[in-house]
Design a protein around this ligand. Structure first.
Ligand SMILES: *[C@@H]1O[C@H](CO)[C@@H](O)[C@H](O)[C@H]1NC(C)=O
Ligand SMILES: *[C@@H]1O[C@H](CO)[C@@H](O)[C@H](O)[C@H]1NC(C)=O
Ligand SMILES: *[C@@H]1O[C@H](CO)[C@@H](O)[C@H](O)[C@H]1NC(C)=O
Ligand SMILES: *[C@@H]1O[C@H](CO)[C@@H](O)[C@H](O)[C@H]1NC(C)=O
Length: 766
């Protein structure tokens, strides 16, 4: 899903972006006098975020008072200040957002103590709707979850979800059997329409909403309270921390148990997204409140800012931040949220599928994946009305499709063609079509909102099948077909997981020296809680797909790990998750990545691999990182503080950040990276040996090749060296380094290296 405001990001105010606005405005306002237009522009106010860095006071009220003083010094009066200020960020870091003219923003940017002033940005939630593969099927988590349940682990963990709100009546959020909220909880239950004080309970222990920064037009279909109308927030919250609810299904399909990754965790809801639009100013206030309130892990299924000091402060407070990687794959360099302190989550399929059989009038049969609920299409042949090439357009559909199966065979396939297909399908539904068959280059990414349309069946097919249907239609005077009702199949006959085609890919365009995404988790056809509104037809569990859905799986796993290892830092939790992944599928073959053509997945598709929570609970070694190291990285990469002591090559590899991955975007002849591991295994005495899988064209060595841990030597450093064996400019190649203790621990990190002969200049986004 494209985000409406691309790239402007957070960077020091320099007027560059604003000049563009002036030009656009002049063009739009051509008939008006130039002086009038310019005059009006400088008066028009926009929302700006003013970032001041670390708090100067422990007392939050003093922090806010300092914001008021600063604004008053520019605006002239306290009255104007109170009218202008939208949010004061005062718990985690110091800053505020305010409605200002361009010249006022520029004046504030010049004040001492102001680190950056940026215009507010709107981000989008990261969902596509899909109905191919499904399941809550990361079944290898069961052991850990069973253990977590039996010990009530996770019950004292508080998961913060910044999203579109919550549906408190869902069985996923029932609080039977829960004790009072943990005593450190300091949050509130902010009431509003359709959300009373009793909408919070011992499961949903807090809820807030952030509307001050959002255009009123965005509220047209919204409720000004934590109540979720669109369903995204309900779905993600129940995936991260929803109760175990047995016997759920969608119209009998995918029947089974729905549950969150940490089913006993408590939920704190921060509604900062309205109609799936999330304003950065509101997201920052939600983060500020979440840290104050006492959450342990924060989940954001949003295409957030590319570089953001807000999340850095959250992580520096010991709180893990889990973000979705984005839905802009399979194109390279589309990964979002690639700061090294975040856990950035890619999406995969699961090992369930929903086959249907398409039978043509000539008895030819094809198998496809679809949700077909209508007896009408299954029990009798229906006439096919076909549209090909440029006829596959929504405005070509009219009432002649009523009761027929519509077949569309457009000439090209791309994500944008799929969006058009969504509109086409809407037209088929509106005109009473019985079904819609069309080819999709990959059937796990379909954009549309039509799953609930139970009377019109939607059947995406492979290209080859579409081609054969096309052949049949062109050779038959009365083409017709029927489509069987959906079956649910589970197991290894469906190779899984596979990286979803829509899942955004690395490398990071902002930080090529940081390997992203970090990890992959299920995100295709996830069944989770839905609002009890008409648009969900009163069906309480609903399918959604996207990295929005994979993100909360990892959030839930972080919550469970945190309950087992309360002392672990966000970096340690992330390391445990990344070093214990699976890279083989359920048929013991390398995990594949879907795309224009399927291929074996590499770290730019799935980071370290497919998440394996059971192993993550006992990783053996961890790669830890302190908050000050993250801050240093941020400053060295052009952040906000002093840049002395930077060993980070400009735009190049990071040798000074102890990440559980290594990315070298510009290997010339030789480069090394130092890493440090801490033994967290049950035994103090452990001997780990290095196992290397060098990237193609690269010679790799580790010194020392054996690490000996003891009671007094829990922490050990080692150096990895990379030497080119080829003198050709190349694409990225991939490898890994694993430390093995001779027992159950394999501590594996992914490696991505690109050999360059000539300089590749990476510029920061601007
Ligand atoms: C937006 O809505 C708020 C609250 O309903 C109202 O106070 C404000 O005047 C509205 N602003 C505009 C520009 O309509
Ligand atoms: C599951 O739900 C279906 C219908 O919703 C019902 O017929 C069935 O008895 C339920 N099964 C269990 C084990 O509760
Ligand atoms: C409806 O669509 C069909 C097929 O594209 C076309 O032949 C017909 O002329 C259209 N009818 C009207 C009334 O537009
Ligand atoms: C740089 O290193 C010096 C000496 O180790 C240290 O005193 C100083 O605080 C460091 N500066 C930063 C920004 O880390």
């Amino acid at each position: 899903m494209a985000q409406p405001h691309q790239g402007a990001g957070l960077h020091p105010f320099n007027g560059g972006g604003v000049h563009c606005v002036v030009i656009v405005f002049l063009l739009l306002a051509l008939p008006l006098q130039t002086s009038y237009v310019v005059g009006q522009l400088s008066q028009s106010k926009k929302l700006y975020i003013v970032y001041l860095g670390e708090r100067q006071h422990d007392d939050a009220d003093l922090v806010t008072a300092s914001h008021h003083d600063m604004l008053t010094s520019i605006l002239g009066s306290k009255d104007e200040t109170l009218k202008s200020i939208v949010y004061s960020y005062r718990h985690v870091f110091s800053g505020f957002s305010a409605r200002l003219t361009q010249s006022q923003a520029r004046e504030i940017a010049g004040l001492s103590g102001v680190l950056r002033v940026t215009e507010n940005q709107i981000y989008k939630t990261q969902t596509t709707r899909s109905w191919d593969f499904l399941g809550l099927g990361y079944s290898n988590t069961n052991e850990l979850l069973a253990e977590a349940n039996s010990n009530n682990y996770g019950e004292d963990i508080i998961i913060g979800v910044i999203d579109t709100g919550i549906t408190p009546e869902s069985a996923s959020f029932d609080d039977s059997g829960y004790g009072p909220p943990p005593s450190r909880w300091k949050g509130i239950c902010q009431v509003g329409p359709s959300f009373g004080a009793n909408s919070c309970n011992r499961k949903i222990i807090g809820a807030r909403w952030y509307a001050d920064d959002i255009e009123n037009s965005t509220f047209a279909k919204e409720i000004l309270s934590p109540r979720d109308t669109g369903g995204h927030g309900t779905h993600t919250a129940s995936t991260a921390g929803g109760n175990i609810v047995h016997n759920v299904s969608f119209r009998g399909i995918a029947a089974g148990t729905a549950r969150g990754g940490a089913p006993r965790a408590r939920l704190a809801i921060y509604k900062a997204c309205w109609s799936e639009h999330c304003s950065n100013a509101g997201m920052l206030k939600a983060m500020d409140d979440a840290v104050h309130d006492g959450v342990d892990v924060l989940s954001l299924s949003i295409s957030g800012p590319d570089e953001d000091p807000g999340t850095l402060h959250v992580v520096a407070n010991g709180i893990s931040v889990v973000y979705s990687a984005g839905n802009d794959g399979p194109t390279a360099q589309t990964v979002k949220n690639s700061s090294p302190w975040l856990l950035t989550v890619a999406a995969t399929t699961m090992d369930r599928s929903f086959p249907v059989v398409i039978t043509l009038g000539n008895k030819e049969k094809f198998v496809a994946q679809a949700f077909v609920f209508s007896e009408e299409i299954a029990s009798q042949f229906s006439e096919i009305q076909s549209y090909t090439a440029n006829d596959c357009k929504a405005d070509h559909i009219n009432s002649t499709v009523k009761g027929k199966i519509v077949f569309c065979f457009p000439p090209t396939f791309s994500p944008s063609a799929q969006l058009n297909t969504g509109r086409f399908f809407a037209a088929v539904v509106a005109n009473g079509g019985r079904g819609f068959i069309w080819p999709l280059y990959n059937t796990d990414s379909f954009l549309g909102d039509y799953l609930a349309a139970s009377t019109t069946s939607l059947v995406p097919v492979d290209y080859e099948i579409a081609y054969r249907i096309e052949q049949y239609i062109s050779n038959d005077d009365n083409p017709k077909a029927k489509i069987s009702l959906t079956r649910t199949t589970v197991g290894s006959e469906v190779p899984a997981p596979r990286v979803a085609a829509f899942s955004s890919r690395g490398p990071s365009s902002i930080y090529p020296g940081v390997l992203k995404p970090d990890i992959a988790a299920p995100g295709v056809s996830v069944l989770a809680a839905a609002p009890a509104t008409a648009s969900f037809q009163g069906i309480p569990y609903h399918f959604l797909s996207g990295t929005s859905m994979s993100c909360p799986h990892v959030t839930g796993i972080v919550a469970v790990l945190k309950s087992i290892h309360p002392q672990w830092s966000p970096a340690a939790l992330k390391s445990a998750i990344m070093t214990t992944t699976r890279t083989l599928d359920n048929n013991w073959m390398p995990i594949q990545a879907n795309g224009y053509v399927p291929k074996i997945a590499d770290p730019f598709d799935y980071g370290a691999g497919f998440v394996n929570p059971t192993k993550a609970a006992d990783p053996g070694l961890i790669y830890d990182i302190s908050a000050s190291d993250y801050l240093k990285f941020f400053n060295c990469m052009g952040g906000l503080g002093p840049r002395d002591n930077c060993t980070t090559a400009k735009g190049g590899s990071l040798t000074d950040l102890n990440l559980p991955s290594i990315a070298i975007p510009n290997l010339r002849a030789f480069q090394s990276a130092v890493r440090t591991v801490t033994n967290v295994g049950k035994l103090d005495d452990a001997v780990y040996t290095a196992f290397l899988e060098p990237p193609a064209g690269v010679e790799m060595a580790v010194e020392p090749p054996v690490l000996v841990f003891s009671k007094d030597r829990k922490v050990q450093s080692f150096k990895v060296t990379f030497k080119t064996t080829r003198k050709v400019q190349g694409d990225y190649t991939f490898g890994s380094l694993a430390w093995h203790d001779g027992g159950s621990h394999w501590v594996r990190i992914p490696i991505a290296v690109r050999i360059v002969i000539q300089d590749i200049v990476y510029s920061k986004i601007s």
